[in-house]
Design a protein around this ligand. Sequence first.
Ligand code: DPP
Ligand code: ZN
Length: 897
Amino acid sequence: PAVIRRADYAAPAFLIDSVALEFDLVPERTIVKSTMRVRRNPDAGAAHGAPGARLELMGEALEFIGAAIDGKALPEGAVRAHEHGLTIEHAPDAFTLTIESACDAGANTTLSGLYVSSGNFFTQCEAEGFRRITYFLDRPDVMATYTVTLRADKAAYPVLLSNGNLIEEGELPDGRHFAKWEDPFKKPSYLFALVAGKLVSIDERIRSGSGKEKLLQVWVEPHDLDKTRHAMDSLIHSIRWDEERFGLELDLDRFMIVAVSDFNMGAMENKGLNIFNTKYVLANQETATDTDFGNIEAVVGHEYFHNWTGNRVTCRDWFQLSLKEGLTVFRDQEFSADMQGGATDEAARAVKRIEDVRVLRQMQFAEDAGPMAHPVRPESFVEINNFYTMTVYEKGAEVVRMYQTLFGREGFRRGMDLYFKRHDGQAVTCDDFRHAMADANGRDLAQFERWYSQAGTPRISVRTAYDAVAQRYSVTLAQGYGDASNAARETQKGPLLIPFAIGLIGRDGKDIALRLEGEAEAKGTTRVIELTEQEQTFTFVDVKEAPLPSLLRNFSAPVIVEYDYTNDELAFLLAHDSDPFNRWEAGQRLATRELLALAARAQAGEPLALDDSTVAAFSRVLTDETLSPAFRDLAMMLPSESYLAEQMAEADPAAVHAARQFARKRLANALKRDWLSIYESHATPGAYEPSPEAAGHRALKNLALAYLAEADDPADAIRLANAQYDNANNMTDRAAALAALLAASASAGTDAAERALEDFYRRFEQEPLVIDKWFALQATQRGSAQRPVIDIVRKLMAHPAFTLRNPNRARSLIFSFCAANPSQFHSADGSGYAFWAEQVVALDALNPQVAARLARSLELWRRYTPALREKMREALERVAGQVKSRDVREIVEKALA
Ligand code: DPP
Ligand code: ZN
């Protein structure tokens, strides 16, 4: 398949300044009439600008009806419709182009372009879906104003929405009606949207910072209206936050969010008309967990923040995707942290930081280690939809965060202000953003460019030395990439500029005031030192005793830090580090080390044992009442099986599972009294409170329940979980009780979960998002030799509520099993891989984007033990021989290359 390269970027030969779209919406054949003002691009290269140039418009899965230039129908020969679009010969310098075409939304299972879900019309255009609606210059550097007229049967489609402001609506003959929308802002085609159908909204009117009235709406199907309040509140909070933190105001009179259950992504930031996966809109205490509430707040924030970082200033080309995504993820992370902890409560903010870093390390570091490794700004792709990745989003957000770490919040804000001053209304590049940050802060950031162009996870190895006589403490940092994958190595050119936050801790557990050699006096207890060379030594003076270093505080750069702490030192940091992130990190390092040692013993068939001192270190955190429940919950959570497997020279999921289960059991038994008393004292009877504090109590309580379910005698857990299941007044507690019952049945070999599983299904049969949880809980359960989870999953595939066509449902069962149940998926008999191959092929025929995501669950196959590796390769080859889409092809071919 054709590779598209960043180096080949060329400005478009033509520009489209305005477009008027008219839709006659009928599921099987929607007629689209497009009237565009087109002109030759004065800035295009000479080759493109030659007189009599040919105009190439993109189009896909369209039926061409006719075209006219300045009102004159184009004769045959002057226009040619083909598989990839429409070619118009001898286009004049400036003209009005009218095109009529049709598309079949009813048959569109790809969920890209115009499609039908629950009888309503929706669109998804990012990245290249607009060309499935009409012929166009479907690229982000072509920005136009849009006027959209929607016509449809009024009874079937009473609500007609598009971007911007509603300027006219009315009746038409034959029971039809129309609505006309106008978006005053120029935008690229990927931000176009329309919605038509039977929907209802909750409305709020607010005044924005400058006093203008704004109409806010959340549109859903009528039975979901009782689950919209949280999304609306999140939207209002997002609007306020962007005004306060960045001085950015909502620029439209009206802002709408629409929920749809069939959706490939999480949500989409179409100008003024965000379209969301129901998963990130609908919530009430009965149906949504605390995690769901948090995710909704984050995604509503994310899409709203795109209005400035993405829509007002957009991407020149898709290689620049992280320009908007990395920046907007950073903004939503900061928003969530502020909502949890305010701007100054570092311990509360750290909870969000820890959650984000955990995702980054588990998913992005793994991506960087495999065949899909790519820089934050990729150099090439076959299918852009495959590059909506953890690297572009999460590592991209870390790269943006580093500007703030280097320049502080004020310096970062100066850079943002300059970015908007220079580029509002433009389609720009990652370099443009970096230059704005550099110029606003008087810094040369040339070296920083490598963060955008080099793939792979940097490793920093640390050496320290203390000179007691001179009272000097030196820290030597050396950077490299270790043994990076081939895909990553090709991109690596030289050392990075790495902001490295460090603190020194004395024997009393307190931070030492820091004075670097050459400084007049000590200032502060955390210092961001800038590593720019391959190796550098930083010397602290006036250090009265040998300190313990606290390295990479708050995870100041997306790197791996290698330093040989002893177990005692880690336990000390876990007890004392003033940096909450590093406090958590010390526990993770300790656990990772112990768990990997256990896995090695499991592989060798040796008996497993966990040190009393390690258990004691965790016990101290668990019972430390000065720490918030939310923090203790995170500190007691062991690194995931996939993260641990990734740390092995050859990943062995069975050994990792045995090790982690052993440690969980050991912590469950040894601390049983603590778990029971925590369970009692953090139970939250009475009215449900959605606050972060209340959520923290629930999280810790439910962690206690989960550990109790692992104990040798799970009778207590089964009793508590059954009672909690029956009495729960919220989904967090009910789902946690069900999960504990599933875990207890696995360890006790009973069917303790059967009753609750049946009840859960019956109770929530009418709530698709809750039924997704029901499938996911079963797909991720532990299983045993007598009861392998693959059998349960296969049986559930035949359940009447299962369908491959709804991405959420497919993800809840298939992805949960293939990507979130490693020890069962990687079963030695290869049954998981055979299942994976079947499902990738089946999905490929329906929805290539979703199929390609699933395809990625085998991409790290070379990193596994030889027996598994061989079976994975076979499965990949089987898939490679059968799939049709460019999306899946790119993934499996890169994996096998
Ligand atoms: N809708 C996706 C997001 O917001 C792609 N822009 O990240
Ligand atoms: Zn985004």
